[in-house]
Structure formats: C-alpha cells, structure tokens
Design a protein around this ligand. Structure first.
Ligand code: ADE
Ligand code: ZN
Length: 319
C-alpha cells in the first residue's frame, strides 16, 4: 500500500532476504547450514520470539563488511520506498555483530553509506536507533554505548530488544540514564511477550518516549488509560505478532479495539524478511483482515509521522 507513512519499528538485520543472505555468504566465504533459499525459507516457521531470534542471529553470520551493511540497507530502503515509506527509523543490534568480531565502525559506516544518500536515492529520510540486547548483561549494554560514542552524530536514540521475558526494563536503568545524558532519544520493546508491568517500567524507569509493540497493554485498563492520556505511541507489528504467535490469526488482532480506545497506534514491519511483509504489506493485511476504514488507515499513517523523531514541520512537508 503506497499511502505515505513513516516506519518506526524495523530491525535492519530483519530485512535480510534469503537471496541476499546466500549472495553475502558466497561473497564472504561463509557456510550456511541450508542448501538453498527454498530450504532456508522452510525454517521460517516460528513457535515464539526465541525460535525466531535463533534463526535471526544465525543468519547474521553473513554480514561482515561495510559493503554488506550498505547492501542490506539499500535493499530495505528500495522496498520500503516502493510501499510508501517516506521516513524510516531503523534499529540495529551492534552487540550481535561485536560478538562476531565485526566492529561498531563497520556496522555504522556501512549502514550510513546507504542511509546518508537515502533521501536522494530512495526518497526516504532515515534515522538510526541503536538497540541493546536485553538478554545480554547491563555491563555489556554500557560497553556498547561507549563503543558508539564516536558515531553519536549518526544515532538518534537507543532501544531495547531481543528475548523479553525474564529481562525487565529495570535491568537497563543505568545505560538509559547515560543515553539520556548524551541527548539520545529512548524507546524500548515492551509488552510483546512480556507483561504489562514491563511497559510501565519502560516508561517510569527508562523514560522511553515510545513503546515498541506494547500489545499486552490491553490486559491492563489503568495502563491503557495512561497511554491514551499521555499519547504514548505504540509501534505495533501485526504480521510479526501472527508469525511469533502472540496473536492466533490476524483477524483476532486487537488493533481496531486499541484505536477505538484512543491509543496512538502505528503499524510497522519489525523483521519483514521473516514475517511475510514490509510496511505497506502490513497496512494491506490489517485493512483486509480487520476491515479498517480509509479514515483509520489515514490515522495510522498520520500517527506514524507524529510519533517519529522528525520535527513536525518536516512531517508536514513529507505528506
Ligand atoms: N529483534 C528483532 N526482532 C525482534 C522482536 N520482534 N522482538 C524482540 N527483539 C527483536
Ligand atoms: Zn522489534
């Protein structure tokens, strides 16, 4: 769907399509434990978040050089542009690369080669959000923030992702305080598989401005009331929720009820190479499965710009 929109929840490593994975594997002499793209695709049957993350981290082995990260980002930006994305706030997971001996500079400079020229080449403005892996230690997150210091002119904010349950936001209080002191914007995944309390903690302890997913807020009427009152944006990812089985079928997704309740929802793709579609595909899927009106779709698109870290005058020009 080509309605102009901003994408606010997108992991660049989750845009690695099987074809590019094999191309990069060949280029870098990396052996993948799959015979071909078809057999790799058959592995895309997930039970839950962890079963997806296992494959997501495994395939990252093919990303080694600046050029690899540049090619990955350019491929995403071309697809996103074709689906109406005009602005993208892109997550990356440096710890997953540092652990494999790929340096922060390789990742950021490589992504920047594509992002720096994206407005010109793809008509998509971009920002980078560095995520901490919540199943790694708090010390590792602090070291990662330190390693990013030479690149802070290219990073708008920090996020928190990976395995949620058992890794509450409070674990990352110190690194979020340090990020805030550096002038970085703050977001966090919360309430994807984890309980509503993690959403409350992300707001109260980490001081986040947006909640990534936030789906499980619907279990707490007090929390919903707070999110509505404070206009806290939620970056929902409907196709991801189905593939990771937090929602049984798209027709059961709570998005319409969330909009009716007055929540500031946005629709995003999360890891589109793995979950069956990019931003426009997610819009189309919810329109079809949930019968959303044109007005609701326009509201979702408008919310995406309002919830972005673009200045709002830029947003108005983008539309
Ligand atoms: N990393 C990549 N995609 C993710 C998701 N949906 N939830 C948590 N961590 C992730
Ligand atoms: Zn995500």
């Amino acid at each position: 769907m080509s309605l102009p929109k901003a994408e606010l929840h997108l992991h660049i490593e989750g845009t690695l399509e099987p074809e590019l994975a094999f191309e990069l594997a060949a280029r870098n002499g990396v052996e993948l434990p799959y015979a071909d793209t078809d057999s790799l695709r058959t592995a895309y049957q997930f039970e839950d978040l962890q079963s997806f993350l296992n494959l997501y981290y495994e395939l990252m082995a093919v990303l080694r050089t600046e050029r690899d990260f540049e090619d990955l980002a350019n491929a995403y930006l071309a697809r996103a542009a074709a689906q109406g994305v005009r602005h993208a706030e892109i997550f990356f997971d440096p710890q997953a690369h540092l652990a494999r001996g790929v340096e922060m500079g390789t990742v950021v400079e490589g992504l920047w080669r594509a992002l720096g020229s994206s407005a010109r080449n793809h008509g998509v403005s971009t920002q980078l959000i560095m995520c901490f892996l919540r199943d790694e230690s708090a010390e590792s997150a602090l070291e990662t923030l330190d390693a990013a210091k030479p690149y802070l002119d290219r990073i708008v904010g920090v996020g928190l992702d990976s395995a949620e349950v058992g890794h509450p936001p409070v674990k990352f209080r110190e690194v979020y305080e340090a990020a805030a002191a550096l002038g970085l914007r703050r977001v966090a995944h919360a309430g994807e598989e984890g309980p509503p309390e993690y959403i409350v903690e992300a707001l109260d302890v980490l001081g986040v401005e947006r909640i990534d997913h936030g789906l499980r807020c619907v279990e707490s009427p007090e929390l919903v009331a707070r999110l509505v009152r404070d206009r806290v944006p939620l970056t929902l990812c409907p196709l991801s929720n189905v593939r990771l089985r937090t929602v049984d079928v798209l027709g059961d997704h709570p998005l319409p009820a969330m909009l009716d309740a007055g929540l500031m929802c946005t629709v995003n793709s999360d890891d589109p190479a793995y979950f069956g579609g990019y931003a426009g595909d997610n819009f189309e899927a919810v329109q079809q499965a949930l019968g959303l009106s044109e007005e609701r779709l326009r509201e979702l698109a408008r919310n995406s710009f309002l919830a972005s870290f673009l200045e709002h005058d830029e947003e108005l020009r983008a539309r």
